[in-house]
Design a protein around this ligand. Structure first.
Ligand SMILES: Cc1cc2nc3c(=O)[nH]c(=O)nc-3n(C[C@H](O)[C@H](O)[C@H](O)COP(=O)(O)O)c2cc1C
Length: 158
């Protein structure tokens, strides 16, 4: 397979931009994730690919729950802040306010969210695929459109 063509083709796939948070006691994790989709209506399931070397996967393995936040169209800078290592300081995560929902950090500036419980892991490539059940959903602030990868100018994978 031609490596450059592979990248060109795969980077035409469309993705949203999400921030996934997890917590166990004083361990906190919040990462920007793009490889995420709904994968069952009943029960409502999401699947997401989480890099094996990162802190998010390790934390969800310890406490099998997370909050998936769906960013609004104007929130690229928030997504950018969660590309970095997680820092919990002065009651904020990477500088952003949160509330606790089921002991998990809910980023209150982000319009839409799903609370999920981890169900299955598929360990294949350099990311693990997590299948998680949506146990609650909510809205924080009004917004119309979600942030999508294409509008950020970023790419991931390929
Ligand atoms: C545009 C973009 C999309 C990303 N999508 C994912 C993803 O789907 N899954 C993932 O595990 N990491 C993804 N990352 C990388 C993580 O955001 C980043 O490595 C993470 O914040 C590291 O945190 P952690 O080590 O605490 O997990 C993406 C990075 C970028 C720039």
């Amino acid at each position: 397979m031609d490596r450059r063509l592979r990248r060109e083709v795969l980077r035409k796939a469309t993705y949203g931009i999400y921030v996934v948070t997890a917590r166990l006691g004083e361990q906190w994790s919040a990462s920007t994730v793009t490889w995420l989709s709904q994968c069952s209506l009943e029960p409502p399931l999401l699947m997401m690919a989480i890099q094996k070397k990162g802190g998010l996967r390790a934390l969800i393995k310890k406490n099998p729950a997370a909050i998936v936040h769906i960013l609004g169209a104007g929130q690229k800078s928030i997504a950018s802040d969660f590309l970095k290592a997680t820092r919990h300081k002065d009651g904020r995560l990477n500088g952003h306010p949160y509330a606790l929902v089921r002991d998990l950090p809910l980023l209150t500036e982000i319009p839409w969210y799903c609370v999920v419980e981890a169900r299955d892991w598929i360990e294949r490539g350099d990311h693990s695929v997590l299948v998680a059940e949506i146990v609650d959903v909510g809205k924080n602030v009004d917004a119309d459109l979600p942030l999508v990868m294409w509008d950020t100018g970023w790419t991931y994978g390929g």
